[in-house]
Design a protein around this ligand. Structure first.
Ligand code: FAD
Ligand code: SIN
Length: 538
């Protein structure tokens, strides 16, 4: 086992992790430097695939206001969003966008140099910045990765997975890592920032890439952090409906924002049956409507008709989508696009405030792994990237104000040593068929804890997850990165199904056919390893 010490450690190289590393390095004098760890190559993340864009209430946008953005976010959030959090993020969006430009991030502009803004479902005005047409995440990632690579004060570990946190008396003192050569390393640090993203890979159909295995939820839960609203999984209405890949390619909501219509294979539209805003109803409603149409007609998908937008606009605004569809022989200027819902985003997560502070001292969480209260029961499109950058900015500001402390008797801490020793010990574990267990878990979550939920089906999913955990039979040490991911997926799946069973109402993306009503009292569900049971709190 190798041992190192850093003043701050950031886990994850999505937009939240990259920007936090840059801001922390810029704002603080750190004797032991900043370490950025990422389990694949730099930049591989959900962020890279973000299409539609990032919300910003820009001072120069006369048609928009913080009030309007707050109202739209609250409406979409189904009563669970936190007003102060939304307001803070909205008010700070202009400042953070202007700061991102200094790190080389750019957004699409018109011929006069003004940002071009798009609209997505449930937004009342155009307020979404985009880049590369429909490749916002890729363009932001490329710029931020470049800035990180050029920054000599940020140490980078690629292809290195965080497998456990060092915790003593509810205080974090570092992290245990496994690198691509299957070597373990302990990093001591009083400041650990979890920026590990989401969990779409828990589901059979997802827009999320391979690495979205929920590691940060499981690591934080094991460390004793409080997790919030773990039942709230967002299903995107329109993923390209082709099987075979490890995830489904997204057809951005911005395509509907610009006027595309949902229809059946004959071009008959149907959204008018479900909501007055039709294609631009909140995301949970559109996903359920599509699922109903698919189930009623026994079809594997519905279709998106974007032909009305015109060839020139379509190809200019959505070049990535046009190119991907072409690979499947679909010309989006002429043909209907087959689409179906897929797991996309996770509203729940490590309970934090706007500065990323979790309930464990020294452990911060930012981006999709956190639950700040911005999204409530259903995230408003393009609010996620905004949350990533505002919280990354704020965690750096906060650390600057409190100062980072490098002191600690790390090496002699017996609790830390007992955690580390679990990874040093030789093991007699026998390899398992990770792929088969993973696929069964994904199918279980899709059919059991998906878009429509009920007690009977969820209980059977829960029993299956328990069975898979027994078969897997790992507590701490595993044999490979893939096994650690499966360990984390199983822990996270168990928390989702438990929380979903516990919430006996329908709210936002959590839709129970056996409890269709929404309770008058609106509460967050909380889960904490130390307490065991799930409990509710306002
Ligand atoms: P991520 O970008 O997911 O990054 C997580 C990082 O952590 C990765 O680098 C990963 O490798 C690393 N990691 C994970 N576990 C470990 C571990 N154990 N050890 C080490 N490293 C680890 N949101 C919007 O606001 N607008 C959009 O237009 C939009 N479009 C989207 C399109 C798609 C296809 C998808 C999938 C999502 C989209 N979203 C969008 C959601 C948004 O992209 C994500 O919520 C956001 O990018 C999450 O950023 P993040 O930095 O928190 O995590
Ligand atoms: C999309 O482009 O439809 C995704 C936007 C989001 O998830 O916020």
């Amino acid at each position: 086992m190798k041992y190192s010490k850093f003043s701050a450690v950031i886990i994850g190289s999505g937009i939240a992790g990259l920007y936090a590393a840059l801001k922390i390095e810029q704002q603080l004098q750190l004797p032991n430097g900043v370490l950025l760890i990422t389990k694949s190559k730099l930049g591989e993340s959900n962020s890279y695939y973000a299409q539609g864009g990032m919300v910003a209430v820009l001072k120069e946008n006369e048609k928009d206001s913080v009030e309007s953005h707050v109202t739209d976010t609250i409406k979409a959030g189904a009563g669970l969003s936190e007003l102060d959090t939304i307001r803070f993020i909205s008010e700070n969006s202009d400042k953070v966008v202007k700061d991102l430009l200094k790190f080389g991030v750019e957004f699409d502009r018109d011929e006069n140099g003004k940002f071009t803004l798009t609209k997505e479902a449930a937004h009342s005005v155009r307020r979404i910045l985009h880049s590369g047409g429909d490749a916002t995440g890729r363009e932001m990632e490329i710029a931020l990765c470049q800035a990180v690579k050029e920054n000599k004060n940020i140490t980078l570990y690629e292809n290195t997975v965080a497998v456990d946190l060092l915790i003593d008396e509810n205080t974090c003192g570092g992290v245990v890592l496994l690198n691509e050569n299957d070597e373990y390393e302990t990093i001591y640090s009083n400041t650990v920032i979890m920026a590990t993203g989401g969990l779409g890979q828990l589901y059979q159909y997802t827009t999320n890439p391979k690495g979205a295995t929920g590691d940060g939820f499981a690591l934080s839960y094991r460390a004793g952090a409080i997790l919030q609203d773990m039942e709230f999984v967002q299903f995107h209405p329109t993923a390209l409906a082709f099987d075979g890949a490890e995830n489904r390619f997204l057809i951005s909501e911005a395509v509907r924002g610009e006027g595309a219509k949902l229809c059946d294979e004959f071009g008959m539209e149907f959204m008018f049956k479900y909501h007055e805003k039709k294609e631009l109803a909140p995301r949970d409603i559109v996903a359920r409507s599509i699922f109903c149409e698919m189930n009623n007609n026994g079809d594997p998908c519905v279709f998106l008709n974007a032909t009305g937008l015109g060839e020139e606009k379509l190809l200019k605004r959505f070049p990535t989508i046009a190119k991907k569809c072409k690979e499947y022989d679909i010309d989006i200027t002429q043909d209907l696009i087959p689409v179906a819902p897929a797991a996309h985003y996770f509203m729940g997560g490590v309970k934090t405030n706007i500065r990323g502070e979790s309930s464990v001292n020294g452990l911060y969480a930012i981006g999709e792994v956190s639950s700040t209260g911005l999204h409530g029961g259903n995230r408003l499109a393009s609010n996620s990237l905004l949350e990533c950058v505002v919280c990354a900015y704020e965690v750096a500001e906060y650390l600057k104000n409190i100062g980072v402390n490098d002191k600690g008797d790390f090496e002699t801490n017996e609790i830390f040593n007992s955690i580390i020793s679990k990874y040093e010990q030789e093991t007699e574990l026998k390899p398992v068929d990770v792929r088969a267990l993973k696929e069964e878990l994904q199918a279980t979550m899709w059919s059991g804890v998906g878009i429509f939920r009920n007690e009977q089906v969820m209980k059977s999913a829960q029993a299956n997850i328990e069975k898979l955990s027994k078969e897997f039979d790992r507590e701490d040490k595993c044999l490979s990165k893939d096994e650690y991911e499966l360990r984390n997926m199983l822990i996270t799946a168990e928390l989702i199904v438990k929380s979903a069973l516990n919430r006996k109402e329908s709210r936002g993306a959590h839709y129970r056919v056996d409890y269709l009503n929404t309770n008058e009292v609106c509460e967050h569900s909380l889960v904490d390893k130390n307490k065991g049971e799930i409990y509710f709190a306002k």
